[in-house]
Design a protein around this ligand. Structure first.
Ligand SMILES: [Zn+2]
Length: 269
């Protein structure tokens, strides 16, 4: 599933291609996307495409209440810009007709969504790419949390955008055991965690995200970050720091990857 870096990549690639263009109509090819209160956005100019949590959001000019269109790619969604009318494939669920060019929403598994976003809709959680994400802000979010830190990173109502791949990577770089209680981390560990979150997400964005199966960016290319993963998917392979084998276990139903030597649990220290 696309996480923050993959959605960020799609937005950065799409934004310069569609900014200043006018949305003429949206051709819906999959009835499951209806009803869509799209009328207020037609004929308006796109001012930018930006990420909101894990959604791709088209912003439009004007001061009306509804000025944003949010697309959630879910498992297999893709947004592909083309100058010419795109071929209608079995996976094409909608086509955005602009005054110059088209954006096709292709989604083989059809879990993706399109919705008009109300201006007043509250932010879902703190975005790690936001300037407000500081060690202090992270400390406040972690206060009194009883969950283990790995599942805590996955909940989207505290920090947004971190999924299963990057949660394991972040904890490795923070040298923090995935089962440590989130509310028990000392300030030095929180500082390392904050740095690791920024480092892993920024590196992943630099490499246009991670591709294991379906994810493609807005140019139809695969991401490259899977070649730089430290622990995710590397069970029994040597740790890149200490050479001991990477371990894997199921944590609340999701695979967690870690190095038992580099990420000591509080218990053994
Ligand atoms: Zn190690």
């Amino acid at each position: 599933m696309p996480e923050l870096p993959e959605v960020e990549t799609v937005c950065r690639q799409l934004s310069p291609k569609v900014t200043e263009k006018i949305l003429r109509r949206i051709e819906i090819l999959d009835g499951r996307l209806l009803p869509l209160a799209i009328k207020p956005l037609l004929g308006r100019t796109i001012t930018r495409v930006a990420r909101r949590a894990k959604e791709v959001v088209f912003h439009f000019d004007g001061h009306a209440e509804q000025t944003r269109l949010a697309i959630h790619l879910r498992m297999t969604g893709r947004l592909i810009f083309s100058e010419d009318p795109p071929p209608v494939l079995k996976s094409t669920r909608a086509v955005f007709h602009l005054n110059k060019g088209y954006v096709a929403f292709c989604d083989p598994r059809r879990f993706g969504t399109i919705r008009v976003l109300a201006e007043c809709e509250p932010e879902p959680g703190l975005d790690p790419m936001d300037k407000r994400f500081t060690p202090k802000a992270l400390t406040v979010l972690l206060q009194n949390a009883r969950q283990e830190i790995k599942p805590w990173l996955l909940r989207q109502d505290r920090l947004v955008g971190i999924g299963n791949i990057y949660a394991s990577e972040i904890l490795f770089h923070a040298r923090t055991h995935p089962e440590r209680p989130a509310g028990s981390l000392d300030s030095a560990t929180i500082k390392r965690l904050h740095q690791a979150i920024l480092r892993v997400l920024r590196d992943a964005i630099k490499h246009c995200g991670t591709t294991f199966s379906d994810y493609r960016d807005a140019t139809g290319e695969r991401g490259a970050f899977q070649n730089f993963l430290s622990v995710y998917g590397r069970t029994a392979e040597p740790c890149r720091v200490c050479q001991r084998p990477i371990r894997q276990f199921a944590q609340q139903g999701r695979s967690t990857f870690f190095c038992n030597h580099c990420q000591p649990s509080g218990k053994t220290r």
